[in-house]
Design a binder for this molecule. Structure first.
Ligand code: SF4
Length: 359
């Protein structure tokens, strides 16, 4: 299997340890040019904590720092610019990054204050922050979550934090799709580590968190988004900037089961916390018994993508293994159901197809 197309995936609740294991598995040090600097780009869109579903868990960042330091990289930094209207430093403090920077003696650079270069892209010249462009290795650390305009946000859209605020305004005026794709081709992060521990179901600013307890890594931001789109239960036409980014040369959207390397089983993160009101409403016909977080999140996202109530009982979880079930089963534990979605865990995409009667 070619390392360039591999997606490494891990389940758990310890973000620091999961990030370390992912970087070890993908041998991330091979991506750092000799003597080069590493810039870590999390999502700190606004001032909040990771548990609300909007910002990158600080453990993901600390795991990456620990890995690169252990492998002799001296120049590691964190770069970010929050959305227009929020203060990046306030956001990094609220998310727990100040303590992290102190502990590892790593600088944090607010890109709202950075210099920019004008870069020619598929949509014309674009101002991009120098620290992102000049990094030896740019590591994209997005949260996989919903978005009210683009349906989802992950690796490609997270790069919007690498442009100045006036360029962010222009992105919205241009309708987001083309600029996001063009920026992806201009920056092309060398490594993507996706935080899908707790991403929001619908909004980039959080508030409807879905606990998934999973992370994955790959070296192609377009592939990372394409796989993330399946995990969100969305179709290619729902998120057109991914294929457009491929056409602009940002990467390759294709992935298949053979690209996936699972570092552990989904059962390494079993159980779902108290669901918020939206998740509780979506899952009122769901009979859950010892479901793994990733499995339950796939079902929640599929129900959201298909507008919820399908009028039949749905079973999910390890507690149903070996039982005959009258309804729809989700995941291999529920293969005793009259109809069931295979996978352990299944993607939301596969659950959507079954809910819509196609699978
Ligand atoms: S199929 Fe069963 S073991 Fe696999 S992820 Fe779902 S609940 Fe967990």
């Amino acid at each position: 299997m070619s390392k360039t197309r591999t997606i490494w995936q891990i389940h758990g609740t310890d973000a620091h340890r999961m990030a370390l294991q992912l970087l070890e598995a993908c041998d991330a040090i091979r991506l750092v040019p000799s003597g080069g600097a590493v810039a870590l780009k999390p999502n700190l869109i606004l001032a909040d904590v990771a548990q609300n579903g909007a910002v990158t868990h600080p453990g993901v960042v600390s795991g990456c720092i620990a890995y690169f330091r252990e492998h002799g990289v001296a120049n590691v930094s964190i770069i970010e610019s929050s959305w227009i209207g929020d203060n990046t430093i306030r956001a990094m403090r609220r998310a727990g990054y100040e303590d992290l920077c102190r502990r590892y003696n790593v600088p944090f650079y607010d890109l709202k204050r950075d210099q920019t270069h004008s870069v020619h892209t598929a949509i014309g010249n674009m101002s991009i922050c120098a620290r992102a462009l000049d990094a030896g290795l740019l590591v994209d650390l997005p949260v996989l979550k919903g978005h009210c305009q683009t349906r989802m946000t992950c690796a490609l859209k997270n790069l919007k934090g690498c442009i100045p605020d006036h360029e962010k305004r222009r992105f919205h005026a241009l309708g987001l799709t083309k600029p996001i794709a063009a920026l992806g081709a201009a920056l092309k992060p060398g490594l993507v580590v996706v935080d899908s521990i707790c991403g929001d179901l619908c909004f980039e600013e959080g508030g409807t968190p879905v606990q998934t307890n999973m992370m994955y890594a790959c070296t192609d931001a377009v592939q990372a988004d394409s796989y993330g789109r399946s995990l969100m239960g969305l179709a290619p036409e729902d998120v057109p900037y991914i294929e457009l980014a491929e056409r602009y040369g940002a990467g390759c959207a294709s992935w298949n089961e053979t690209d996936l390397v699972l570092l552990n089983e989904a059962s390494a993160a079993c159980g779902y916390g108290t669901p918020d009101a939206t998740v509780a409403r979506l899952t009122r016909c769901v009979h859950q018994d010892k479901a793994c977080s990733a499995c339950f999140a796939a079902l929640v996202r599929a129900l959201y993508a298909t507008d919820g109530d399908h009028g039949h009982d749905i079973y999910i979880g390890q507690g149903w293994q070996g039982k005959a079930l009258d309804g729809l089963g989700v995941g291999k534990c529920c293969k005793g159901a009259a109809r069931y979605v295979s996978g352990c865990p299944p993607t939301a995409d596969a659950v959507v197809r079954k809910l819509e009667g196609e699978g």
